[in-house]
Design a protein around this ligand. Structure first.
Ligand code: SF4
Ligand code: SF4
Ligand code: SF4
Length: 355
């Protein structure tokens, strides 16, 4: 049985680790302290002698290719971007959504799940400061709104490896049904964890995946280059939204766009090999891609996702009904498909270059 020793050899040391956080969060020797996350976000042994060599970490890792066929079967996956049962362009009906770059769709969906008593907890992504995210667990609608005041986001311009650690911590709570919001690679890990029935899979209600073009390294050199590419000063940035480009929202509502192709200098190596843009394994996939400013594209991928979207659009979500609404919905899905294909081509090119 392949274990964390094999994960180190096959995935982590060669640079393929996506830093999803799953191996540490769901390690079967978690209580004995076998694994830990390094200060830089890499999984590592804390005490190798505690490893049970059970193989769970290797099987759930999204970079090993294990359980891929089962994962696809579970969500009735089909090419090129996974199953699409329903889709549209929405924003939250919360009053604060009208002026938000992505329309606070994540907030709307999770508020709806709380309001209809579907969940008693949600792992969400508040932003501390533009690129910085730290996942947190909201146990009540009030806690959710407090996190939203910090800036709840579906814009995956930087993954938070802590998301799965927070989900893993649900085991130690009395929560019964939890919604999980994260990157496509994290959603894939969660699906594999469900297949293996690794706790707290039994407490997971639904997964909301955010469109993702990469996790970016952000140090002083990268900030400096972004400022030059976008003609802005970092201190003026208020929000960042991922569309078919990276959109920087500055003070006084001004925006600056940087094409994603120009960001290879800061995209992490493992993300160049990743093929999932549109959260193919999630119940619901969301993000600003293809939607007009102030709105988000939502794709329902499973019967559960479809039911949630269908109910939420009556209450918590407002559908885009502006001029050419049906054309807007069509364009949104088309843009997601186009960017998903671009990511798949980039991964193919990068893996060939690595051979
Ligand atoms: S105990 Fe299992 S899940 Fe934990 S590191 Fe060892 S092989 Fe991986
Ligand atoms: S991709 Fe995730 S599961 Fe795989 S080694 Fe990295 S952190 Fe662990
Ligand atoms: S590009 Fe892929 S590997 Fe990187 S954060 Fe996004 S989903 Fe994860």
């Amino acid at each position: 049985m392949a274990s964390f020793f094999d994960l180190l050899r096959d995935i982590i040391h060669p640079g393929y680790c996506r830093r999803c956080g799953g191996c540490v969060a769901f390690c079967q020797a978690n209580n004995y302290g076998a694994l830990e996350t390094s200060p830089e976000g890499w999984p590592q042994f804390r005490n190798a002698e505690r490893c049970l060599e059970c193989g769970v970490c290797y099987q759930i890792c999204p970079a090993t290719g294990q359980l891929t066929a089962e994962t696809r079967r579970r969500v009735a996956w089909s090419a090129p971007i996974g199953r699409v049962m329903d889709s549209g362009v929405f924003r939250s009906t919360a009053s604060s959504a009208a002026t938000h770059p992505d329309g606070k769709v994540g907030l709307g969906l999770i508020e709806h799940l709380f309001a209809t008593d579907r969940i008693d907890g949600a792992v969400v992504l508040p932003t501390d400061h533009v690129f910085n995210k730290a996942s947190q667990l909201a146990r009540t609608p009030d806690q959710l709104r407090a996190l939203d005041d910090k800036g709840l986001t579906t814009s995956q311009v930087r993954a938070a490896a802590s998301s799965l650690e927070v989900l893993g911590s649900v085991r130690k709570t009395g929560l019964r049904r939890v919604a999980f919001m994260g990157t496509p690679c994290q959603v894939e890990t969660v699906r594999k964890m469900e297949i293996l029935a690794v706790p707290p899979a039994e407490r997971l209600y639904c997964t909301i995946g955010c469109f993702c073009d990469g996790d970016f390294l952000l140090g002083p050199a990268q900030q400096d280059r972004l400022e030059k590419l976008g003609f802005f000063r970092w201190n003026d940035v208020r929000h960042i939204t991922l569309r078919d480009h990276l959109e920087f929202w500055l003070a006084e509502g001004k925006t600056r766009d940087i094409p994603m192709e120009d960001l290879d200098f800061m995209r992490r190596y493992a993300c160049r090999l990743c093929t999932d843009y549109s959260a193919q394994f999630a119940d619901l996939a969301v993000g600003g891609t293809g939607a007009p400013h102030g709105w988000s594209t939502v794709i329902a991928r499973t019967p559960l996702g479809q039911a949630i979207l269908s109910e939420a659009r009556q209450t918590a979500l407002e559908p885009f009904n502006g001029t050419a609404a049906s054309q807007t919905r069509h364009n949104a899905l088309y843009t997601v498909c186009r960017l998903a294909e671009r990511k798949q081509h980039r991964a193919l090119h990068s893996s060939r270059a690595a051979m």
